[in-house]
Design a protein around this ligand. Structure first.
Ligand SMILES: NC(=O)c1ccc[n+]([C@@H]2O[C@H](COP(=O)([O-])OP(=O)(O)OC[C@H]3O[C@@H](n4cnc5c(N)ncnc54)[C@H](OP(=O)(O)O)[C@@H]3O)[C@@H](O)[C@H]2O)c1
Length: 273
C-alpha cells in the first residue's frame, strides 16, 4: 500500500520505466512532496510529469533529503556510476529497489559498499499503462514493512509477486520480462499467415491486433482459466479445433515455447554473469 510510505522516495532515472512507474505512484496517491527525481536530462514526458506535479528534481541527489526508499531505474551499466554516490545520500536503513535487468542483490550490495536493505525487481513494459507484472526478491536486510512498501510501489503499476530464490529471476525474466514481446511476435505471425491466405495486409494486421487485444482483455475480465477460455471457443470438429490440432501438437507450440523460454533463461544467466 502506498499509504505505508512514510518518508521520501528517490527515483533515480526517469526514463521509460522510471517515469512510467512514477506516473503510476502519483496517480495512485503518492504525495508529490514525497517524490524526488534524480535525472540528468528529463525526457519531454518526464519533464511534463515534473511540471504537472511540481516535483523536486536534479541531476544528482545532493540536495535531496535522506530517502526512505531509492528506486533504481537507470540502465544496468550505469549502476557502478550512481550507487557509490547514492550510498552517501542514503541512510543505512534506506531501502534500495532496483529494476535493472541482470544486476544481482550481491552486485548491488557490493556497489553500495555496505549491508543495505535491497529488493531486486523484474518489471515489464505494460507497467507503462498500469498493467505490469513485477517479480521481486529481497535480501535478508529488508524488513516486512519495507517489503510491503515495495509491494505498494509495484502494485501501483500492475501486479506484484515475490520469490525467495533469486536464481529464479532468470526464468522470471524469460517469462514475464520478455513476455510482452512474445504476444507482439504472435500478432505479427498471425497477420502474416492471414495475408498468406489472401487477406489484404492491412486488414490482416487489424484482425490479428484487435483479436489479440480482445482476447487478452477477455482473459483479464474472466475468472476462467486460459484453458477453459480456449475450450469455450473450440467446437468439436470446427475450424478452431482444426487449428489447435496443429498449434498444440506436442512438437509444435508447446515444444517451441519450451525452447524459447529456455533460450531466454540461458541468456539472462549469461548477462547476469
Ligand atoms: N524497458 C523495459 O522493458 C525494462 C523491463 C525490465 C527492466 N528494465 C530495466 O529498467 C531500467 C531502465 O530501463 P529504461 O528502458 O527505462 O531505460 P531508459 O529509458 O534509458 O532510462 C534510464 C534513464 O536514466 C537516466 N540516467 C542516466 N544516468 C543517470 C544518473 N547518473 N542519474 C540518474 N539518471 C540517470 C537516463 O538519462 P539519459 O537518457 O540522459 O542517459 C534515462 O533517462 C534498466 O535497468 C532496465 O534493465 C527495463
Amino acid at each position: 500500500m502506498l499509504t505505508e510510505i512514510d518518508g521520501p522516495v528517490l527515483l533515480v532515472g526517469a526514463g521509460k520505466m522510471g517515469a512510467a512507474m512514477a506516473q503510476g505512484w502519483l496517480r495512485r496517491g503518492l504525495s508529490a512532496d514525497r517524490l524526488f527525481i534524480q535525472e540528468p536530462s528529463p525526457s519531454k514526458q518526464a519533464q511534463k510529469m515534473i511540471d504537472d506535479y511540481g516535483l523536486s528534481w536534479g541531476a544528482d541527489s545532493a540536495s535531496f533529503p535522506t530517502p526512505a526508499i531509492v528506486v533504481l531505474a537507470v540502465k544496468p551499466q550505469m549502476m557502478a556510476d550512481v550507487l557509490p554516490d547514492l550510498a552517501g545520500t542514503a541512510g543505512p536503513n534506506t531501502l534500495f529497489m532496483s529494476i535493472a535487468a541482470g544486476q544481482s542483490l550481491q552486485t548491488l550490495a557490493a556497489l553500495i559498499g555496505r549491508d543495505q536493505p535491497i529488493v531486486r525487481v523484474m518489471p515489464n513494459t505494460p507497467a507503462a499503462i498500469g498493467q505490469g507484472m513485477s517479480v521481486a526478491c529481497a535480501n535478508t536486510h529488508v524488513s516486512e514493512k519495507q517489503a510491503r512498501q515495495c509491494d505498494g510501489l509495484l502494485s501501483a503499476v500492475g501486479e506484484a509477486a515475490w520469490i525467495d530464490d533469486e536464481a529464479q529471476m532468470d526464468a522470471v525474466t524469460a517469462v514475464s520480462g520478455s513476455g510482452p514481446a512474445y504476444l507482439f511476435a504472435l500478432t505479427e505471425c498471425l497477420a502474416q499467415a492471414g495475408a498468406r491466405q489472401g487477406l489484404d495486409e492491412a486488414l490482416a494486421m487489424k484482425l490479428a491486433r484487435v483479436t489479440m487485444q480482445g482476447a487478452a482483455a477477455l482473459m483479464q475480465a474472466s475468472d476462467e482459466t486460459p484453458v477453459t477460455l480456449r475450450k469455450n471457443v473450440t467446437s468439436p470438429g470446427g475450424t478452431t479445433q482444426a487449428a489447435l490440432e496443429i498449434l498444440l501438437d506436442e512438437n509444435a507450440l508447446p515444444k517451441l515455447m519450451q525452447t524459447t523460454i529456455s533460450a531466454a533463461t540461458t541468456r539472462s544467466k549469461e548477462l547476469s554473469g
